[in-house]
Design a protein around this ligand. Structure first.
Ligand code: ZN
Ligand code: ZN
Length: 649
């Protein structure tokens, strides 16, 4: 038998090594720097310890901090290290599970009689760093179920014994680092020395196995980093995210509120928030009008039969708002969970010819879905929200052109709102499992290639996911990265073969035969509520000028100039510029400070000189004095900024 194995690296190159070589050794043979940074090895698609021997020809990817799987191995290993620290500080405690999460990790711990306090976290952090410096290796051991049970029986850890019950003999591994041994499948980083910084972020209660009849354990959350600076950056980011929290800014800028009496998850838009919403809506309407959409309006409820036809009753019926009954027995309505069924009925109101297509119906339609109270979160998860919805009914040969147009619209929206960093995901059928999907093979192939080509022609950065399409059609999802680098899913463009079928939609083709149109659902914002939330957090409440509900504040130096200030306000209002006149009896410095706090883009200060010359002294938010302008000059300057940010490329 050969004593050598072929290792294929991600770039396709093949290298020959001795059988039993580890990922770490391979890394070292490539470069010392890589060896220092390798956290784990992906061997034939499975993540392994970098220190584990490889005995067969394999595809190998060396994982570092830059890989998601590298990070999660790092964080999972950190949970073991935290457990070691906890055990040395609180001997006799017992451990549940300690997985990595999106950012960081947690471990569920039974502290017995001790109640862990927030003040103790720093001591635990210090212990973690002390142990990390020992650079203890994570050692993998295969153990028999009998030995594993004996070990935890002796230790008296009923949680690990409970976990062991579900494991099969022959598949059980222990990992040991320093003085701590854990039941774990792995993988882990080579040694604890990679962990250079830790922050324990939270303590919460968690029932064992999520079962409220079982014991409540203490869940400790933490996050670790391979460099101290990265922890500092992370904490700064958290601070910044807290400052930009849309719930906080929404309150401070008086945009929206919630009232328990009105109902949880049902936002109330205040005057300024409503103005902002209206600006978004009219911006979108203008863009849609130019792209050949027609506005329609439909009610907030529909009969149950409508949603049975569409299939939404099956999907939302039992877990959502319950049917509305009327004095008329047997008559039931539902709060609208989707606008599509209504639009299908509008399509049907008269016979359609191939020449009529595409037809594009747009509606800012408010829909209602019952989210669990624990899921509600500011404007991002609500129970009633308004979609910037539209449905395009087109012929199969028009799908590509329609997709291209929708992409143009989405990208225009992103640009006007300052989202420069975005990616898109194309979700296609699972080619191995075609029977799962409705619609003909031919239609799918055509639609899928249309989406791929449309994206390619726009030069968009996309990832393609096989098997992620809905059963009724492929789709394209947009993700934006906000100013803090967080990713948000926004608009979706979804092809649908199902609703035209369910609603028996038709058009007469050039062959004089009846055909089914293709339906495309699209919503560039997703919902106005969620979009406003993302926008607030992205811009930290400093909206693009065209969108800001309060674009200017007029600040008279003293009450002598209120009359002139009112005159200025009137002229600006005629030019479509909105804002308030601060006529309080306050010092000008105070008025400026207050306008700065409200993030009002422009402050127009008026005093004797301005009044005499028909001018305003302009201050820009965050920048200071811009000098004095004739009122007309200011209007031109102001409108120039807006038309620049709204122009199409
Ligand atoms: Zn582990
Ligand atoms: Zn729809």
């Amino acid at each position: 038998m050969s004593q050598q194995i072929n290792i294929t690296l991600p770039d396709g190159s093949v290298r020959v090594y001795d059988k039993g070589t580890t990922g770490l050794q391979i890394a070292a043979s490539i470069s010392e720097g890589l060896a220092r940074n390798v956290l784990a090895a992906k061997v034939n698609g499975q993540v392994w310890d970098a220190s584990r021997e490889i005995h067969e020809d394999s595809n190998l990817q060396l994982l570092t901090w830059n890989d998601l799987e590298g990070k999660s191995t790092f964080w999972h290993s950190s949970a073991h290290l935290m457990a070691e620290a906890l055990e040395s500080l609180f001997p006799g405690i017992k451990f549940g599970i300690g997985p990595p999460i999106e950012t960081g990790f947690y471990y569920d711990v039974d502290f017995g009689d001790h109640k862990l306090e927030g003040e103790e976290l720093e001591m635990i952090e210090n212990k973690i760093m002390e142990l990390a410096k020992l650079k203890s290796e994570f050692i993998r051991k295969e153990v028999s179920k009998k030995d594993a049970v004996a070990y935890f029986q002796e230790k008296g850890d009923e949680y690990k014994l409970d976990l062991l019950e579900g494991l099969e003999d022959g598949s059980i591994t222990f990992y040991e680092q320093g003085n701590f041994t854990d039941l774990c499948r792995g993988p882990h980083i080579p040694n604890t020395g990679f962990i250079k910084a830790v922050k324990l972020t939270n303590i919460a209660g968690a029932y064992w196995r999520g079962d409220e009849k079982r014991k409540m354990l203490t869940r400790i959350y933490g996050v670790t980093f391979p460099k101290a600076q990265e922890l500092k950056d992370y904490l700064t980011l958290l601070e910044e995210a807290k400052k930009r929290d849309h719930r906080k800014l929404g309150r401070e800028l008086e945009l929206f509120m919630f009232s328990e009496k009105v109902g949880m998850g049902l936002p109330l838009w205040l005057p300024k928030g409503t103005l902002l919403r209206e600006r978004l809506v009219s911006f979108m309407k203008r863009a849609q009008d130019k792209s050949g959409y027609q506005q329609v309006t439909t009610p907030h409820i529909g009969s149950k039969v409508l949603y049975e036809t569409s299939g939404h009753y099956e999907k939302y019926g039992k877990d959502s708002f319950q049917p509305i009954t009327t004095p008329h027995e047997g008559e039931t309505f539902l709060l609208k969970p989707m606008n599509c069924p209504h639009h299908c009925e509008i399509y049907k109101h008269k016979p359609r010819s191939y020449k009529d297509l595409p037809i594009r119906y747009a509606e800012f339609g408010t829909v209602y879905r019952y989210e669990q109270s624990g899921e509600l979160h500011g404007l991002t998860r609500v129970r009633g929200f308004t979609q910037d919805d539209a449905h395009i009914f087109c012929r199969p040969d028009q799908v590509k052109e329609e997709f291209t147009k929708v992409i143009d619209l989405v990208l225009y929206v992103f640009k006007a709102l300052g989202f420069d960093d975005y990616t898109a995901q194309i979700s296609l059928r699972d080619p191995e499992n075609k029977q799962k999907y409705i619609g003909t093979d031919e239609a799918w192939e055509k639609a899928e290639s249309s989406i791929i080509e449309a994206c390619a022609e726009k030069g968009m950065e996309t990832v393609t996911e096989l098997g992620e399409a809905a059963f009724y059609g492929p789709k394209l999802d947009f993700m934006v990265k906000d100013a803090l680098g967080r990713k948000w899913q926004l608009g979706t463009i979804q092809v649908d073969y199902q609703l035209p079928e369910r609603f028996q939609l038709e058009y007469i083709g050039s062959d004089n035969q009846k055909h089914r149109p293709v339906m495309i659902h699209r919503a560039p914002f997703g919902s106005l509520e969620r979009f406003v939330a993302v926008l607030i957090e992205h811009c930290g409440g400093e909206f693009p000028l065209w969108l800001a509900p309060e674009q200017i504040n007029i600040l008279p130096i003293s009450e002598k100039f209120i009359e002139y200030a009112e005159e200025v306000k009137g002229i600006l209002e005629d030019a479509g510029i909105t804002g308030q006149l601060d006529n309080r009896d306050e010092k000008i410095g105070r008025k400026i400070r207050d306008a700065e706090v409200k993030k009002v883009p422009f402050m127009l200060i008026v005093g004797e000189k301005e009044q005499e010359e028909g001018k305003v002294a302009v201050r820009k938010h965050g920048q200071g004095d811009l000098g004095s302008f004739l009122i007309e000059e200011f209007i031109t300057y102001f409108q120039g900024i807006i038309s620049e940010s709204l122009k199409k490329e």
